[in-house]
Design a protein around this ligand. Sequence first.
Ligand code: BG6
Ligand code: BG6
Ligand code: GLC
Ligand code: GLC
Length: 917
Amino acid sequence: MFAVHLMAFYFSKLKEDQIKKVDRFLYHMRLSDDTLLDIMRRFRAEMEKGLAKDTNPTAAVKMLPTFVRAIPDGSENGEFLSLDLGGSKFRVLKVQVAEEGMRHVQMESQFYPTPNEIIRGNGTELFEYVADCLADFMKTKDLKHKKLPLGLTFSFPCRQTKLEEGVLLSWTKKFKARGVQDTDVVSRLTKAMRRHKDMDVDILALVNDTVGTMMTCAYDDPYCEAGVIIGTGTNACYMEDMSNIDLVEGDEGRMCINTEWGAFGDDGALEDIRTEFDRELDLGSLNPGKQMFEKMISGLYLGELVRLILLKMAKAGLLFGGEKSSALHTKGKIETRHVAAMEKYKEGLANTREILVDLGLEPSEADCIAVQHVCTIVSFRSANLCAAALAAILTRLRENKKVERLRTTVGVDGTLYKIHPQYPKRLHKVVRKLVPSCDVRFLLSESGSTKGAAMVTAVASRVQAQRKQIDKVLALFRLTREQLVDVQAKMRAELEYGLKKKSHGLATVRMLPTYVCGLPDGTEKGKFLALDLGGTNFRVLLVKIRSGRRSVRMYNKIFAIPLEIMQGTGEELFDHIVQCIADFLDYMGLKGASLPLGFTFSFPCRQMSIDKGTLIGWTKGFKATDCEGEDVVDMLREAIKRRNEFDLDIVAVVNDTVGTMMTCGYEDPNCEIGLIAGTGSNMCYMEDMRNIEMVEGNEGKMCINTEWGGFGDNGCIDDIRTRYDTEVDEGSLNPGKQRYEKMTSGMYLGEIVRQILIDLTKQGLLFRGQISERLRTRGIFETKFLSQIESDRLALLQVRTILQQLGLDSTCEDSIVVKEVCGAVSRRAAQLCGAGLAAIVEKRREDQGLEHLRITVGVDGTLYKLHPHFSRILQETVKELAPRCDVTFMLSEDGSGKGAALITAVAKRLQQAQKEN
Ligand code: BG6
Ligand code: BG6
Ligand code: GLC
Ligand code: GLC
């Protein structure tokens, strides 16, 4: 009895002594609560540094956006392939995610070896090896005939800009294949897979193992919003608010951040807690100077730390009677599984002895106790450090949610956590101590990270399918060079057709003579009134031209034309116009003045002289009755008479294209084309009289108003019209008419966009499938909105704000799609317009028998002026399709009112001359 007591006393004394000895020796490895709180604070600061745009480049903890935006919601389904590369084992898997609502996942997998010569050899060979393993797996599982999406779990730090791409920042742990760093691993693997002609696999998602783990656990527990790996390496991810992630556009919702916490301390932030053993271990590692935190924590290094400590203690005579074995001198001889075995509750001591003996040592009882305690201190430190960093993440999660208490789940995986008998308990305990305000559940990922990776892939594959549908729609708006050349040729043919006497009557491009026969010469002078009707704004102007100095002074006022007047009776419309003139004269203090007037009337008119114009048909938003077939100058005169307040001398009626050409021609005599890309679309140009068969005479030139908006009304461009164009046409005031205009001008582009958005929404690809009242409303996408949405300077969030102003409640993804739709529609418009213009400049060049033509185009219109890309694409297209023409584009700053006044001045002079004759 006494002997037993004595033994027990002896043993506990021995143990106490050994523990004290080791504690003293490893004093620096034992971290106090205060130190842990301090590390927690430091890690919080590191996270912020990594998240912010300007500090990220120098941050040690990279906080990598993963483009995983939501945890699984149970609606995921399908069959997927999965690779899991970078942990202690390399696996290939097939994952079957069950039909909706059934939360059931089936997996079949196969492990493949990862020999050092592969993982530390040539990078291309590594990927080829991985592809070969996949091919082998598919063959065994009889999957080769199937087209399957693949999720790649790749457990290394990758900088991602989308889910299916990731540039390796650096190898960590045991991997060091050459020529992979700084390349996109997804394209590397894709390339390697191409060697297998019978394999059709699409890599849809690249996920870190932490992310896979979080997603695996979240599939079973929706509270899971963080993932931790404590295995070969260590790392964590968590769901961060988008508004805090500077590196990714958008502020809505959350995105998973792969912290890559293993690199914590790489900038020296942990030097005060690192020991001589940590430094020695680092020097002998594959990546010296890197992954400081990881090297104090993870499975790949724990055993080695223990070995280095034992060696030093032995050298100091504190262990094994000062004896060392050659195994103890050999790197890697003590592994994490040994540490775990030595720390086992009951068999621990016996295991320790066995392991030490295997290392060629002859341990005493005291040695075994001491060695066991060394293991405990090393693994305890590991758990403590992990806990401190995790506590920082949990605090961040809680603060982001602005709650007092956070209930959350952390998904965990990794061999160290799984096989070490005390590790989980210690970790959990310390985390709870460090963040008392969080109720944390730790959930072990039983099925690795693959299940989660499959969830991510499932979502990606749904997104991809949707993307395909969207692309299909947008493809309808993409024109090939051949198609544009074809449009150019057809336009050219129509231009000629309209000029010929016998075909003129039937031409859809009407080629209307304007009786404007020359550009201003600078001698024009006088005071004129001008009206500008038919664009976005109705204006009345007073234009004072001073001769000789090419200087013009203008005063103008914009008046609204209410919709009911635009589409009321002709009398009402012209009465309203005269009312506006009266207001203007009053406003200018010119009441009762009789001035010559130039009338810019931006609709197709058949003219027999400069002061007569019969409206052929309304276009754009006008539809007043009793005007078509009438002379609009007469109608204006009658309205003036009806008012009986003042008299005006209506000298000229001009189309806006003609006014614009004149405005620009006043500055640049080379300006022989006028182009409007605004509410409507049209072009005029100076044609040789001899080519104009409808007008007598062969001398000189006359301006032809092409009215090209009607191009295609005979069906000649139906091959490029889409169902959306048809829809817009059918809903317009003039169905079947102005088909080219309806594909190229501001009044219709927004409508095309709206039709596409309605269709995409119907297909469930936008606005959560809900077609709102606003979306059903005609005309919501005015040119100015299109222009804003497409502006490159605008962040996604601002696009969303614009859409919200339009009453369209969109997500960030929706905004991206809307922007793309706008881009496709406006691009096509600019290209078509460019093809039309190319036709005319080429015609002018050929008509004059020139090798090269230099010509200026005067341009106006809100689409051209406001849209961020329209003018550039238009110009590029002209250059491409008419390479022998050197076309200068001159923006009309003063509108067409100035040009109309100049025409009036010339006409007035001619009138005068005729009278005098
Ligand atoms: C596995 C996961 O369960 O754990 C891997 O499927 C992960 O993706 C690994 O890398 C981490 O642990 P270890 O110990 O294998 O590095
Ligand atoms: C104006 C001209 O600047 O542009 C008008 O003065 C012309 O005559 C108009 O009709 C065309 O652009 P929008 O976009 O207003 O139709
Ligand atoms: C290393 C890798 C990291 C991975 C971790 C766990 O730290 O850099 O990406 O998550 O190991 O496997
Ligand atoms: C419409 C009109 C045309 C005008 C153009 C630009 O196409 O028919 O006359 O030039 O719009 O405003």
